[in-house]
Design a protein around this ligand. Structure first.
Ligand code: AMP
Length: 426
C-alpha cells in the first residue's frame, strides 16, 4: 500500500515523496487512519519504526484547512534531541504547507523562544521542564491545543518527567485528541495513559523485545580488557558508523579520547556538553565526520542517524528496557544492524534476562584475551560471501594505515540517505 491511500493533502504527499518514503511502515499503516479520524491512540512502538511520521502526517492534514496562528498541536518529548528531530520531521514533511513549528527545551535562550512563540506557530515540539517554565511565566498560550502527543513516554518516566507532564496537561483544553507513544509500558505510563486517553485505539508494533532486525552478540570480558576488545573489534569488523555506549559521562569522554589517540574519528556525547556542542557532535556523526560516537544513555535519546551499523554496549545498560532503547539506534526502520554488548561478571544477571528475551537472536562469545573473532549474522555473511574475492574492509584507524580506508565514505550518513536505501528495505 502506498501513502496515497491515506488521502493526505497533495502538499503533504509532496513532503513524503521528498523524504523518499515509498511505503508506510507498519505503525504508519495502523496509526494514521485512526489518528486522522480524531481517535486517541496508544502506540506501543520502538524507536526507528517510523512513529514520528505516523503522528506528524495526520497532524499536518488536520491543520491544512484550519485558521493558522495559534498553537494547535503540542508534542512532548523527553530530550532536546528528540524534540529537534521531531521538529525537523515536521519541517520536512510539511515543507510545502504553511504550517509552522518550533522547539521548546532548556539549555538555550528563553528570550529567543519567546520571540519564536510570538511569531505564531501551530506545532510545538517541547521538553517538559522548559515548557512548564513558559507556562508559569505566561509566555505560551496553550488554550487552542487540539492535539497532544506524548512521545517516548517511557523515557519521560525514566527521567522523572511524568509529574511535569501531568502539570502541563492541566493547562490544555479538555476537549482534545491525545496520542501516546512508548516503546515499553511501565505501570506509571499505563496509568498516565488511562488518565489521559479516552477510548484509545491500541496499537502494538512487534514485541517490546529489542529490534528484531538487529543481530545481538554478547562478549564475556573482564572489566580491564574492554577498551582493548573495543579497539580490536573496531579494527577487525566491517562497520559503517558506530555508536558506543558507556554508563558514565566521564567514561564517555575518556574512552572517546583514547580512541581518538588511536587514530579513530570519534566524538563523545554526554550530558556535560553545552547544547551547541551536542548539536555539533550529532551533526558531525550524522554527516560522517565522525565514524564513532561514544555516548551515555540520556544523551543518546532520540539520536536519529539512519546508517548506524553497530551499537556497542561498552558498559551493559542498567535494564532490559534501556537495552531496547540503545539497540533501537541501529536497525532503524527495518534495516539490519549489529549490537555488541560487553558483559562482565557484574552484568551476568541482566545478561541472562536479555538472553531469555532475545532467544535465538543472541550469539554468545567468550573472549580470550583479545581474540575477538567476529562471526557475521547469516544475512550479512551471505552478503560477504558473495564478495568473497574482496578482502574484508576493516575499521582500522586511519593513523595506522596512513590513509583513509576505502569504502569509508560517510557523506551520505544522514536522513536523506533513506531515499535510496529504503527502497529495498521498505
Ligand atoms: P522514527 O521511528 O520516527 O524515529 O523514524 C525512524 C527513521 O525512519 C527516520 O529516519 C524516518 O525518516 C524513517 N522513516 C519513517 N517513515 C518511513 C517510511 N515510510 N519509509 C522509509 N523511511 C521512513
Amino acid at each position: 500500500m502506498s501513502f496515497q491511500k491515506f488521502e493526505l493533502h497533495e502538499k503533504i504527499l509532496a513532503g513524503v515523496q521528498a523524504l523518499g518514503y515509498k511505503k508506510p511502515t507498519p505503525i504508519q499503516l495502523q496509526a494514521i487512519p485512526p489518528i486522522m479520524e480524531g481517535r486517541d491512540v496508544m502506540g506501543l512502538a520502538q524507536t526507528g519504526t517510523g512513529k514520528t511520521a505516523a503522528f506528524v502526517l495526520p497532524i499536518l492534514q488536520r491543520f491544512m484547512e484550519k485558521p493558522l496562528g495559534h498553537i494547535r498541536a503540542l508534542i512532548i518529548a523527553p530530550t532536546r534531541e528528540l524534540s529537534e528531530q521531531t521538529n525537523e520531521a515536521i519541517g520536512e514533511l510539511g515543507l510545502k504547507t504553511k504550517l509552522r513549528s518550533t522547539t521548546i527545551y532548556g539549555g538555550v535562550s528563553m528570550y529567543n523562544q519567546i520571540n519564536r512563540l510570538r511569531g505564531n506557530v501551530e506545532i510545538i515540539s517541547a521538553c517538559p521542564g522548559r515548557l512548564l517554565d513558559h507556562i508559569e511565566r505566561g509566555t505560551i498560550d496553550l488554550s487552542h491545543v487540539e492535539v497532544l502527543v506524548l512521545d517516548e513516554a517511557d523515557h519521560m518516566f525514566d527521567m522523572g518527567f511524568l509529574p511535569d507532564v501531568r502539570k502541563i496537561v492541566k493547562h490544555l483544553p479538555k476537549k482534545r485528541q491525545t496520542l501516546l507513544f512508548s516503546a515499553t509500558m511501565p505501570d506509571d505510563v499505563r496509568s498516565l495513559a488511562l488518565d489521559l486517553l479516552q477510548n484509545p485505539v491500541n496499537i502494538q508494533i512487534g514485541h517490546t523485545a529489542p529490534v528484531m532486525t538487529v543481530a545481538h552478540r554478547f562478549y564475556s570480558v573482564p572489566m580491564g580488557t574492554k577498551t582493548a576488545l573495543l579497539k580490536d573489534i573496531l579494527e577487525k569488523t566491517e562497520m559503517e558508523s558506530v555508536l558506543v555506549f558507556t554508563r558514565t559521562k566521564s567514561r564517555a569522554k575518556s574512552l572517546a579520547q583514547q580512541l581518538d589517540r588511536s587514530g579513530h574519528k570519534v566524538i563523545s556525547l554526554h550530558g556535560n556538553l553545552t547544547q551547541q556542542k551536542r548539536k555539533q557532535a550529532l551533526d558531525g556523526f550524522r554527516d560522517g565526520r565522525y565514524e564513532i560516537m561514544v555516548a551515555t544513555d540520556i544523551a543518546a535519546r532520540g539520536i536519529d542517524v539512519t546508517r548506524i551499523s553497530h551499537v556497542i554496549n561498552y558498559d551493559m545498560p542498567s535494564t532490559a528496557d534501556a537495552y531496547t532503547h540503545r539497540i533501537g539506534r541501529t536497525g532503524r526502520a527495518s534495516k539490519t544492524g549489529d549490537a555488541f554488548t560487553f558483559v562482565t561478571g557484574d552484568d551476568i544477571g541482566l545478561a541472562h534476562s536479555l538472553k531469555r528475551i532475545l532467544g535465538e537472536k543472541l550469539q554468545y562469545h567468550s573472549v580470550d584475551g583479545l581474540t575477538a573473532e567476529i562471526q557475521l549474522s547469516p544475512s550479512k555473511k551471505n552478503a560477504v560471501d558473495m564478495k568473497s574475492s574482496k578482502r574484508r574492509k576493516s575499521f582500522a584507524p586511519h593513523m595506522q594505515t596512513g590513509r583513509k580506508p576505502k569504502q569509508r565514505s560517510f557523506q551520505n550518513a544522514n536522513r536523506s540517505s533513506w531515499s535510496h536505501r529504503s527502497q529495498s528495505a521498505a
